[in-house]
Write a protein that binds this ligand. Structure first.
Ligand code: 1OR
Length: 335
């Protein structure tokens, strides 16, 4: 069982959100519309798929192909099995937007979740007491939004406005909660502690850390197993959830030597992504190791704010390498 109410309240607090009100009680009136907040508690254990009416929006083959392409890189869809994916695609419907159109208004109740097929969108947030909304970001032809209100039963946290013509795929609240929420909630809970314990990720907003949790994939390795092989092309990076990883490097085809170890809260595999070079060292599990894998595309999309920290830490690698190999080793020359 999840400690659900407590968990949700703590997540809302971290996001700086208002607490939920009982059903039907009006919430803030940003945007001038009447709003109420649904306060039904979510309990994944109570979910029963069988007696729920499945939503079906018929689509042409072309529309279906466009939709499948749009959802391909959506992190929240990653842990769905083929049947769940089928149901989700059936339930989604297209919404065309024009410049200036407001898709979501901060403070409203959550109705749909949206996946972007095309178009540019701005994100505005008006903090409590602020005179006007402030632009905090945007989307360009990809990504998704509108999950927070549906996930945590709170009013819309931001306003999303279309800046150009565009096409969105929407999913109703019930389908989102029945299929997507169950998986995503477990994952966000599972990775919440890990992501809070990684010092580098302190530079991320709580909201950005949650997106990161959606993108992570759990992996386990047994004692001695190779995680990364020196010279390989890089496909992603890892965060250490549990256990120790030994980093070994061979200079000029000689025997491997240990250059460092990485433990809980640390990370590895980012260097090749940052330098666009092959793996500079190998990594082995010491005992059983639990890792969270982040692929290259998600790394580029989500870890922008951490780049400076990672680059600073790269210089430490040079010092470690010099200690082990005694030569003047530069990260940029590593092969
Ligand atoms: P929602 O259902 O609350 C508005 O409806 C959506 O905007 C929200 O779900 C998110 O999908 C999306 N903080 C909160 N919501 C955001 C943010 C955001 N960015 C996009 N959304 N912040 C921007 C972080 C870069 C934090 C601002 C302090």
């Amino acid at each position: 069982m999840f400690c659900l109410d407590k968990c949700l309240q703590s997540i809302r607090r971290k996001l700086g959100m208002q607490p939920t009100r009982p059903r039907g009680v009006p919430s803030s009136t940003a945007g001038g519309r009447r709003k109420s907040v649904f306060a039904e508690a979510y309990n994944p254990e109570d979910d029963d798929d069988d007696d729920t009416q499945k939503v079906m929006h018929p689509k042409s083959d072309i529309q279906r192909a466009r939709l499948a392409a749009a959802v391909k890189n959506i992190f929240l869809f990653r842990s769905l099995d083929v049947f769940q994916m089928q149901e989700v695609l059936d339930a989604m419907f297209e919404r065309k937007v024009t410049p200036g159109e407001s898709v979501i208004e901060q403070g409203d109740d959550g109705d749909n979740f949206y996946v972007i097929e095309s178009g540019q969108y701005s994100i505005y947030v008006q903090p409590d007491g602020a005179a006007a909304p402030k632009k905090v970001g945007g989307y360009d032809s990809s990504g998704s939004f509108g999950e927070l209100a549906l996930m945590y039963n709170m009013p819309r946290a931001a306003t999303i406005q279309a800046d150009t013509n565009g096409s969105l795929w929407a999913m109703d609240r019930q389908t989102f909660r029945r299929i997507i929420l169950k998986n995503a909630f477990k994952k966000r809970k599972m990775y919440e502690k890990l992501l809070e314990s990684v010092p580098m990720l302190k530079t991320l907003e709580p909201y950005e850390r949650m997106n990161l949790a959606d993108a992570l994939v759990p992996q386990t390795f047994n004692n001695g197993e190779i995680i990364i092989e020196q010279g390989d092309d890089a496909d992603g990076m890892y965060f250490v959830e549990e256990g120790t990883v030994r980093i070994m490097r061979a200079e000029h085809n000689q025997e491997e030597r240990q250059v460092s170890t990485v433990t809980k809260g640390g990370y590895l595999g980012e260097l090749a992504l940052l330098t666009n070079r092959p793996r500079a060292a190998s990594a082995y599990a010491v005992g059983e190791v639990r890792l969270a894998f982040l692929d290259r595309e998600a790394f580029e999309r989500l870890l922008g704010p951490c780049m400076d920290v990672m680059k600073r830490e790269m210089q430490q690698y040079e010092q470690e390498l010099r200690k082990v190999f005694g030569t003047d080793v530069h990260i940029d020359d590593l092969k």
